[in-house]
Design a protein around this ligand. Structure first.
Ligand SMILES: [Zn+2]
Length: 434
């Protein structure tokens, strides 16, 4: 990864610091941890918090009871504490029903989850929609357990309450919206999903200081049920969503990865691919599939919103995924800073992409007379050169957009964008009127 500029490095450090603040909070798809998370994010950017009561029908789903937990532990045959929720929020099966009982090793083992291939890691497991209880432990510990009587305690509550989600909205000149969505329900894992939450909060803060053309909505919600609840409550206004990205796993050292929307050729798909192409770094592009994260809801056929997924390593593709090894050391300030930059670059394409009309379309205009031939572009560091001017002039027939020009020419989007600006300044180009 090339060295970032000092501003980007400081953003990376700030992102990493925010992930560190969020890391200790016990989170699930409902409950106090989710609210505490939104409280902390709300210190970076104003959030509008919505509570959806237990039992509310949202599309084909029903908002579940709210789950909260005070503590959980396993004591061994000689009274020693073997597992304690205080040591890791991953130790308890998410949404475990309350339990306090003594049981044999064989009975206990039916409620233990481990990763034999990574004996020192704790897996992340949940049972949101079918009542169960359990502990997630290091396989090394599981193998060391001896016959005898064990005592387990899960001090949890499952009660009518609500599901919480939060939105940061940055109004632009236009009502057309860019939706950025990330899920907020995982406890104590840094890449999946705290990196996404931190990135979204600081992107929203950054955009609030700009004056964007488009409006931006950042949705922080619990996985699957969160977007479903949001979609159900916002169905009337979804036509405003012109572009979208699902944001998670943006802090690991892997290459930037874009997963296309169901449409496959939406403007967001083309913008994201251009940004990755222009980054000069290795990247991956994945086709749409109805498997993965919250993009599944936005891209369901009844909505078919143009929402792609921009990550570093794809969720599920790295061994640390959904384990205690997805910790604060696994996410890097440099990687976070590069992801921040990539998102801003995608937003820049969405902000500036447009079709233009060449005002001197018969023959090439005489660039030299206007000081545009060799006069600019000869210097180091400027994006604009004759080739980019000629490409923009040639394709600006009112139909091709700057994204078209960048794709067809192989020039970077920034070169094409800056060439168009230069040509507008010299009265050789004007925005297409549509
Ligand atoms: Zn996950």
């Amino acid at each position: 990864m090339p060295a970032s500029d000092p501003h980007e490095l400081s953003i990376g450090e700030e992102l990493h610091g925010l992930i560190g603040e969020l890391f200790p909070i016990m989170r699930s798809i409902t409950g106090h941890g989710l609210r505490k998370t939104f409280e902390l994010l709300g210190e970076r950017v104003p959030l509008e918090v919505t509570e959806v009561p237990t039992g509310t029908q949202v599309l084909d789903w029903t908002i579940p009871q709210e789950w909260n937990i005070e503590g959980a532990w396993i004591d061994g045959p000689s009274g020693e504490r073997l597992v304690d929720l205080a040591d890791s929020n991953l130790h308890v099966l998410g949404y475990s029903v309350p339990v306090r009982e003594r049981l044999s090793l064989a009975e206990l083992k039916e409620h233990l989850y481990s990763l034999p291939e990574h004996p020192d890691w704790i897996p992340f497991r949940n049972s949101y929609y079918s009542p169960n209880w359990g502990f997630c432990v290091e396989d090394r510990l599981l193998r060391s357990l001896v016959e005898g009587e064990y005592e387990v305690c899960i001090d949890s509550t499952l009660e009518d309450g609500s599901l919480t989600y939060a939105e940061a909205f940055v109004p632009g000149e236009s009502d057309d919206e860019v939706l950025v969505s990330g899920y907020a329900c995982h406890p104590s894992m840094a890449n999946d999903n705290l990196s996404g939450l931190a990135l979204m909060a600081l992107l929203a803060r950054h955009l609030s200081g700009q004056q964007p053309r488009l409006s931006y909505r950042f949705l922080f919600s619990p996985g699957t049920i969160g977007p479903i609840a949001w979609l159900a409550r916002n169905e009337e206004r979804l036509d405003r969503v012109k572009h979208g990205l699902v944001c998670l796993c943006v802090g690991d050292p892997g290459p930037l990865t874009y997963k296309k929307s169901r449409r496959g050729d939406a403007e967001i798909d083309r913008a994201a691919q251009l940004v990755l192409r222009d980054s000069g770094e290795p990247f991956e592009v994945h086709e749409w599939e109805p498997w993965g994260g919250d993009e599944r809801q936005f891209n369901s056929p009844g909505f078919n919103l143009p929402v792609g997924t921009l990550t570093r390593s794809a969720p599920g593709s790295f061994p640390e995924y959904h384990t205690s090894a997805d910790d604060l050391d696994f996410v890097r300030p440099e990687a976070l800073a590069r992801s921040f930059r990539a998102y801003l670059d995608v937003f820049d394409v969405l902000e500036t992409n447009a079709a233009y009309v060449n005002l001197s379309p018969k023959g090439e205009p005489q660039l030299g007379r206007r000081g545009l031939y060799r006069a600019i572009g000869a210097g180091q560091g400027t994006h604009v050169n004759e080739l980019s001017l000629l490409w923009v002039l040639n394709l600006s027939d009112g139909e091709h957009t700057l994204v078209d020009v960048a794709e067809q020419s192989g020039l970077t989007y920034a070169q094409v964008r800056d060439a168009a600006r230069t040509l507008v300044e010299h009265d050789l180009l004007e925005p297409a009127s549509n």
